[in-house]
Design a protein around this ligand. Structure first.
Ligand SMILES: *[C@@H]1O[C@H](CO)[C@@H](O)[C@H](O)[C@H]1NC(C)=O
Ligand SMILES: *[C@@H]1O[C@H](CO)[C@@H](O)[C@H](O)[C@H]1NC(C)=O
Ligand SMILES: *[C@@H]1O[C@H](CO)[C@@H](O)[C@H](O)[C@H]1NC(C)=O
Length: 396
């Protein structure tokens, strides 16, 4: 139980390809300009003075995207990532983020030249949410806890994607009273769906160590992601980015907790093959759903953000990207094994230890990524989105 209690600080990911057919030119150029600027900003590091066509970002997800909600929510306040060494690299104090520094969403918002959205639980007024809102909560599941429980899956945080969309409705009502204002706000906002579902899968794997239960959740998780997407489209959203699932089999936490036989591991990467297949299954189902939603809502732009590929690339060739040679080990954690992960010595607890340089590590605490990895992933995702939009231009 203790292990599971800590395991809720899990997270997640994406990948993206998008189809052109239904996108109108005006929408497209809007998005293209923004993405191009984002790309340039990402590459140039000098972010000042760059403006996109967007005024704000609304984001959804779990601890991979949470910039402060879990630190406030009573069920999760005081958890590991509200303690040192979380935040040590960039903020120099725990910032409520599950990393040593910034998250993927921070880099994406910076690249768009926008101010950071306020964590939903940290704001109250329309003024607080003028620059958008982040609804992501560390430990959140895609599916409602009651549904998971009915399938024998225990959860630890009472927040699912449906809570996040109802929080969005609260903010939406707060920000605009007239239909005109609402449409202005929605048209100038980017909706970023960070990875969601990793906690559902991990809790399912803990509940039933065969992967069958986790695999059976894929259609449900994709369906609630669709509901969240259509809920914001219904409110007038036109520009959305939807992140896929990360390579679960390369997570130090799962590698440490699910020891297998030699043939359970990918020979080259050392990742657990079955868990990566689960993530790829999720991503294929997610992309099928996105294609259908694009056809159903022709006025919208929905990009798939690929988080799987950049992480798999980093695990395969860490040196090529400036990382050290232990991509499957946590920077901060414990235990004698190769993954430097032990629930009893979780990062931020008294028994945890740190390696010397987090910028050489992919994994910060065995579940979440280092700031260095988040920067790498965000920039790779932006390049993937840019490529996808270029491809679409060529097709038009
Ligand atoms: C999430 O939604 C469920 C179902 O409506 C509700 O019972 C629960 O209290 C909500 N959680 C939070 C933190 O608001
Ligand atoms: C685990 O999954 C298997 C295969 O679906 C099933 O037969 C078994 O009852 C499950 N066990 C639990 C505890 O849910
Ligand atoms: C983007 O396109 C370039 C050139 O075609 C290719 O080398 C690169 O791998 C692509 N990057 C991504 C993230 O898709």
């Amino acid at each position: 139980m203790t292990a599971l209690r800590i395991a809720y600080y899990s997270l997640r990911y994406t990948r993206g390809c998008w189809k052109s057919g239904t996108v109108d030119m005006e929408q497209l150029s809007h998005v293209l300009v923004a993405l191009l600027l984002a790309l340039v900003a990402a590459e140039a590091a000098d972010l000042d003075g760059l403006q996109s066509h967007y005024d704000r970002v609304f984001s959804f997800g779990d601890s991979l995207t949470d910039t402060g909600n879990a630190a406030i929510l009573p069920a999760t306040a005081g958890g590991p990532f509200s303690r040192a060494p979380y935040g040590e690299t960039y903020f120099h104090h725990p910032s409520g983020r599950a990393s040593d520094g910034r998250l993927i969403i921070d880099f994406i918002v910076e690249s768009l030249g926008l101010p950071q959205p306020t964590p939903y639980l940290a704001g109250e007024t329309a003024e607080d949410f003028r620059h958008g809102a982040n609804f992501a909560v560390g430990g959140a599941t895609a599916l409602d806890p009651a549904l998971l429980k009915s399938k024998g899956v225990m959860t630890f945080v009472p927040v699912s994607l449906s809570n996040e969309t109802s929080w969005f409705n609260n903010v939406f009502d707060l920000l605009a009273s007239s239909a005109y204002e609402q449409s202005n706000i929605m048209g100038s906002s980017v909706f970023y769906f960070g990875e969601i579902g990793v906690n559902d899968y991990i809790f399912a794997l803990f509940s039933n160590r065969t992967a069958e239960l986790a695999v059976s959740l894929v259609p449900d998780i994709v369906a609630v992601t669709r509901s969240a997407l259509t809920a914001v489209i219904g409110a007038g959203a036109s520009s959305m980015v939807v992140t896929g699932m990360l390579p679960l089999g390369c997570e130090p936490e799962l590698l440490a907790l699910f020891p297998g036989d030699a043939d359970d591991y990918d020979r080259e990467s050392g990742c657990i093959t079955l868990f990566n297949e689960l993530a790829e299954l999720h991503n294929r189902a997610l992309n099928r759903m996105l294609r259908k939603v694009r056809r159903a809502y022709p006025g919208t732009t929905i990009l798939y953000a690929d988080i799987y590929r950049p992480i798999a690339n980093l695990v395969a060739s860490p040196g090529k990207y400036g990382f050290g040679n232990t991509p499957l080990a946590a920077f901060c954690g414990g235990g004698a094994g190769p993954y430097h992960f032990d629930m009893a010595a979780f990062c931020g607890t008294p028994d945890s230890t740190e390696s010397s340089d987090p910028s050489e590590f992919l994994s910060w605490d065995g579940i979440h990524f280092t700031e260095a990895a988040n920067r790498f992933i965000a920039h790779a995702m932006l390049r993937g989105l840019y490529n996808a939009s270029r491809l679409t231009t060529a097709l038009l």
